[in-house]
Design a binder for this molecule. Sequence first.
Ligand code: GLN
Length: 489
Amino acid sequence: MLHQLTISELTGKLTRREVTACEAMEACLSQIEKTDARLHAFLSVDKNDALAQAAQADAAIQAGASFAEQPLLGIPIAVKDVIAVKNQPLNCGSKILGKYISPFDATVVAKMRAAGAIVFGRLNMDEFAMGSSTENSAFGASRNPWDTDRTPGGSSGGSAVAVAADECLAALGSDTGGSIRQPAALCGIVGLKPTYGRVSRYGLVAYASSLDQIGPMGKCVADTAILLRAIGGRDPLDATSVDEPVPDYAKSLGQSVKGAKIGLPKEYLGGGLDPEIGQAVQAAVRQLESLGAEVREISLPHTEYAIATYYIIATAEASANLARFDGVRYGARVDGGDPIELYRKTRGAGFGPEVKRRIILGTYVLSTGYYDAYYLRAQKVRTLIRQDFLNAFKEVDAIVTPTTPTAAFKLGEKSQDPLQMYLNDIFTISCNLAGICGISVPCGFTKYPHLPIGLQLLGKPFGEETLLRLAHAYEQSTPWHRERPPLQR
Ligand code: GLN
């Protein structure tokens, strides 16, 4: 079944002319047809456009295009609804953008196209990437393919579901506080948040600009390596992207991890951690040791302040970024007579409750009198958190933690209690605050119900190569990534 293949498996078949890109695309479309009414990973799929792109890829292959130059040639890749794709809707999981159609491609989309990919579909997400379950989507939640009464996580929940249920070969997500890694963990796939500056954000609708990154989500570590290479690098259209060389990540996979030094932060193994997750992580640590890594305990002393710091900085930045959705320039509009009423009514009707909560919180922490007490202080604590990591990385090459405190929770279980929802990000947000990179790989299952568990590896700034090598070595020596969710059969 072509939709079930990994990127390198499909590339192999395309290279040998055993299959066509059109067949692969059709396989994904029919899988979507079969499963997505239940899972709701996609907000929209433009079938004709997808098949036209596939036909173009086939023509290129016929004409002798080079797979070395176009490593994603003929590969169907779907995109989170916060990344601009030319002539496709862009809603960010919100009603406020109305019938907006993007007039341009995000840089990551342009780069994937240049690498030959078939870029198709709009993937469901929490409104403006605010949430951990996709329940904040204005278009209804996505469901976890391992248990459809449970959430796939968020905010890139649609991306994780689509990959886990073989509705596409791989997907892009965005991660501000865990939105790639947390849903990857909850759906049993691999998700990578690159270092701040690694990937251009031109065409990514901003949530919290000092934290947001776009990253790959795939069925195996190698696929995320291929995808990161394709999308990474300095972009003149994004001043925060950094001019660091982008290595051929896939090449270094398979090298030994003997002697790699890995830190296990003591602060990450207590608190609300489900004992079954703790055991799976301990077992993963032993596995890494058996591969030759040296694991030692480390300390990240400011960890306890991460959630509070994040929810001040992220909401402050969101309140500024979301000011542009005012009903004047684009998207939905509710007329109100005078301009102020127009803004008020448009924003009142267009934004969902979580987005409103965050805008109010963000404006509050930035307001005169509270700025020093909240925002400025949060920025100082953020520096301490980053320093914790940089100190740790003087001693270790990577840090290992659980990705989430629990496996997938039930739909509705936390949606009435924002704090409980925020606490789900406890192991993922520090990575964004510190600006470093992180990956989640499958590391086991809970017993009953049978749900995937994610292992998080955190790496130095621009240390994705080491991270991918370690994650790949672990993955290839364990069976977890090979198990598929029941719904997909
Ligand atoms: N769950 C976190 C939030 O709601 C992280 C979201 C994200 O990474 N986009 O802000």
